[in-house]
Design a protein around this ligand. Structure first.
Ligand SMILES: Nc1ncnc2c1ncn2[C@@H]1O[C@H](COP(=O)(O)OP(=O)(O)OP(=O)(O)O)[C@@H](O)[C@H]1O
Ligand SMILES: [Mg+2]
Length: 437
């Protein structure tokens, strides 16, 4: 059966009125039985169309015509373009007053399937089946879809801060503060935990910064269920897949080797994103020196040793973060990135680990005084810093060197420029009392 045959209401300009009138949320406690993706892809299932139709009714998805979506996106104009991924371009749109029954005026994001692209009906349908039935504050809300002739579109809540990738890595973006990073890590973990813990678990399979959208107050919302899979059923320990799909730099090593997919594959991807939040570095970057190109390979040894965390923490944070929070988050990332899936924590454990770290405020500001040095002096400072860095003594001798006290700018500790590296290191070591690796 072709994917485009499955949705019964796919026809030019016809709306599913029933879908507009009935709302029911899916949650763990609900008696509602979620339709699995595999059910719907089984060509022998006689209930196929009805099952899907019912699930769409219960999820209250709206069916849009292409003309309506053209209208709200200014004819898919370049000026409305929000970004573009493997599925196709994404445009900003706006529902005006009385645009459609049951819809409030609001901004939306309209994703248009690129008919010449690599993705297609499968991804479009998976998005509708999963996001149409699963609702959670940390999943992006799918408002509806369009299925007209060969065109396939998806309509979502508009996320004003776009994706975590946009916020963390784009050159024009300002530095994201530590507390915001932790909030995003926690929200994204709750989204994944929800998927893994529902009655019929879902494996997300493409967890990465570009698939974490951010609303105005930086609440994380997982998006892109095109590659999602129903989790193993009954006694099965994993789902076997024949095609390895996902994104390089985030896919779990055992999944790449065997094609075996479990919720622990998502935990690995989560560990990579956590590392990106800690370091401010992309998971793969060909512009970095050879041994640093793969973030996990480079950072893993440092995660284990609290005395070395200063080597990986994002210098743009300028030391403004909770030392205990950073250590525990690094320890958590280390576990999530374990080569052995069983050693990785569940996402529920991840949420529980992060929760107490959110409110930590053991910021460590080092005021110091600075007089712009002549060139010669600057060289001395640099070489002293290097000397200190090399002297990895576990750090009890930290302190502002006497020469630095004479200087006149009062500022917070800056890792990038004039940081006394030993201070930074000591701070991380000092609060390392009960970190469990
Ligand atoms: N609901 C939304 N609100 C605001 N911006 C969005 C929304 N959905 C997507 N975007 C923007 O569009 C961009 C492209 O999104 P899309 O999910 O299609 O691709 P991607 O995640 O970047 O790549 P991939 O195809 O590998 O998933 C995102 O990075 C984001 O900037
Ligand atoms: Mg995406």
């Amino acid at each position: 059966m072709a994917w485009n045959c499955i949705i019964p209401s796919c026809s030019k300009g016809k709306y599913n009125n029933k879908a507009e009138s009935n709302t029911r949320e899916v949650s763990k406690k609900s008696s509602f039985q979620r339709l699995s993706f595999s059910d719907l892809s089984d060509p022998n299932s006689p209930m196929l169309a009805d099952d899907l139709s019912n699930s769409l009714i219960s999820s209250n998805l709206h069916v849009f015509s292409l003309a309506e979506l053209r209208d709200i996106t200014n004819n898919f104009s370049w000026s409305n373009l929000l970004g573009e991924g493997g599925f196709g371009p994404v445009y900003k749109g706006f529902f005006g007053e009385k645009f459609k029954h049951g819809l409030e005026p609001q901004s939306v994001a309209v994703k248009l399937l690129d008919l010449d692209g690599l993705q297609g009906y499968r991804e479009w349908l998976a998005e509708i089946i999963f996001l149409g039935q699963l609702r959670h504050q940390n999943l992006v809300k799918l408002i509806g879809y369009c299925c007209e002739e060969e065109h396939r579109l998806l309509v979502y809540d508009y996320m004003p801060r776009k994706s975590l990738e946009d916020q963390l890595f784009r050159r024009y973006s300002t530095t994201m503060p530590w507390s915001t990073r932790m909030k995003i890590a926690h929200g994204a973990a709750k989204g994944l935990a929800f998927l893994h813990e529902t009655d019929q678990p879902v494996i997300f399979r493409d967890f990465k910064t570009s698939n974490i959208l951010l609303d105005a107050d930086y609440t994380a919302k997982l998006s892109d269920f095109g590659l999602a899979k129903d989790g193993p059923e009954g006694e099965d320990t994993h789902v076997s897949t024949t095609h390895i799909v996902g994104t390089k730099g985030y896919a779990a090593p055992e999944y790449i080797m065997t094609g075996h997919l479990t919720t622990k594959s998502d935990v690995y991807g989560y560990g990579v994103v956590l590392l990106e939040l800690l370091t401010g570095k992309r998971s793969i970057d060909r512009n970095r020196p050879n041994r640093e190109q793969n973030l996990v390979d480079w950072a893993r040894p440092f995660l284990k040793d609290p005395r070395k965390l200063y080597k990986i923490m994002d210098p743009k944070l300028e030391g403004q973060f909770s030392a205990k929070g950073a250590q525990r988050t690094c320890a958590l990332a280390y576990k999530c990135l374990s080569r052995r899936p069983n050693f990785r924590p569940s996402m529920t454990d991840v949420v529980a680990t992060l929760e107490p770290l959110l409110g930590l405020d053991d910021w460590f500001y080092v005021p110091f005084v600075y007089i712009a040095p002549p060139d010669q002096d600057e060289k001395v400072i640099e070489s002293k810093s290097e000397e200190k860095e090399g002297n990895d003594d576990g750090g009890c001798g930290g302190g502002i060197r006497s020469g630095w006290r004479d200087r006149i700018i009062s500022t917070t500790m800056s890792f990038g420029n004039y940081l006394d590296v030993s201070l930074y290191k000591n701070r991380l070591v000092a609060s390392n009392n009960c970190v469990d690796y």
